[in-house]
Design a protein around this ligand. Structure first.
Ligand code: FES
Ligand SMILES: [Fe+2]
Length: 369
């Protein structure tokens, strides 16, 4: 028999203690939070929950900082919402404490009469600061300090990320969606193309040809799929019309390349001309947020706005369709997992999932299965 049971059992997808352990695992890894394009304006900010921590990433006069989004006084959230642009200092909406870029409360209304905090006292109340690093326009935050630098963590994939950062435009579509399954169900779903015939007959199946080659690389892994001739012709035609410059750094630029940066950042590149960046962000043992961004390769001057709108409209619709198909089937897996105890059976065409499980087990101290 070629197939073997998975390393993880159904309980590993619903047990709250396991979920807490995996959150700590996420805290130890660099997490993609967005593109620097989103934080170009002075005072622009975004908020993400990473491994249970509310993280505020904000521009302070051209310098980006990642701080805990909770006031040190009586714990109001400092920024409400997902993103925005603020003028003036970082100010708590409750009693108006203001913070500097180091997270120190430098402005405390009535300090002399009510708190009597000197410099040291204020410093002791500084917001927790998180590590923030970037590879080109890709911004990453790590909640738990220490561990490898971003470049070391990316390993051989740093070159590819830099090429994508240089070669891809700002997103033409993005969204965050709640999915009803454990986050690992979502990751596993992007690690194989076995489901494509059954789940995506009219969407992704029209793009990929069913071939699949997998390369584990440390914690991460890469999958390569061929593109069907009709899809290849479409991309060459659309590329010419829009003057797209394919990102050449990809081995297999004529195909579909899918990178998983452990544990939950998935980057798919189609024909070197479109990039999908997905983060699968755990929100509970049986829920996660799927956040995606779609980007086209940069174009030479001269493409018409109408042609660009037609291409991006088509690609957005195709992406929405295939995500709704994946979301539905992952919801079914999430529901099914409540009723079983054993481990799934993984075929050799699902070896990338086996690698993912082994890396999780090794990281959690359980050893590779
Ligand atoms: S809770 Fe922020 S100033 Fe009081
Ligand atoms: Fe899918």
């Amino acid at each position: 028999m070629l197939a073997r049971p998975a390393a993880l059992t159904a309980a590993d997808y619903r047990d709250p203690a396991r979920f807490a352990a995996e959150r700590r695992l996420l805290a130890r890894h660099w997490q993609f939070v967005g593109f620097s394009d989103e934080l170009l304006e002075p005072g622009s900010w975004l908020v993400r929950e990473i491994a249970g921590e509310p993280v505020l990433v904000q521009d302070f006069d051209g310098e980006l900082r990642a701080l805990r989004n909770v006031c040190s006084h009586r714990f109001a959230r400092l920024r409400a919402g997902e993103a925005g642009t603020a003028t003036g200092p970082l100010r708590c909406p409750y009693h108006g404490w203001t913070y500097d870029r180091d997270g120190v409360p430098v402005g405390i209304p009535g300090n002399g009469d009510c708190f009597g905090l000197d410099r040291e006292g204020k410093r002791a109340l500084a917001l927790t600061r998180y590590e923030l690093d970037r590879l080109g326009r890709f911004l990453f935050v790590r909640v738990e300090p220490g561990g490898p630098s971003l470049v070391d963590w990316l390993g051989p994939h740093a070159t590819l990320l830099q090429a994508l950062s240089d070669g891809m435009s700002a997103p033409f579509a993005q969204e965050a969606q709640p999915w009803a399954a454990n986050w690992k169900v979502g990751v596993e779903n992007v690690l194989e193309v076995y489901h494509v015939d059954a789940v995506h007959p009219d969407s992704f199946r029209t793009v990929v040809d069913g071939s699949w080659r997998v390369e584990p690389s440390g914690l991460h892994s890469v999958g390569y799929a061929g593109i069907r001739p009709e899809a290849q012709r479409w991309w060459v035609g659309a590329g010419k019309r829009l003057g797209l410059i394919p990102v050449e750094a990809l081995a297999g630029v004529e195909g579909y390349v899918h990178l998983l940066l452990f544990p939950n950042l998935a980057i798919g590149v189609t024909a070197g001309r479109m990039m999908s960046v997905q983060t699968l962000e755990p929100t509970g043992p049986e829920t996660f947020t799927l956040r995606y961004r779609l980007c086209l390769a940069k174009a030479r001057e001269g493409a018409s706005k109408a042609a660009l709108a037609a291409v991006t409209g088509h690609l957005s619709a195709l992406n929405s369709q295939l995500l709704s198909e994946d979301r539905a089937v992952c919801g079914e897996v999430g529901a099914g997992l409540r009723h079983v105890d054993g481990a799934a059976l993984l075929g050799v065409n699902e070896n990338r999932i086996r690698h993912f499980h082994d890396m999780i087990q090794a990281q959690l101290g359980g050893g590779a299965a």
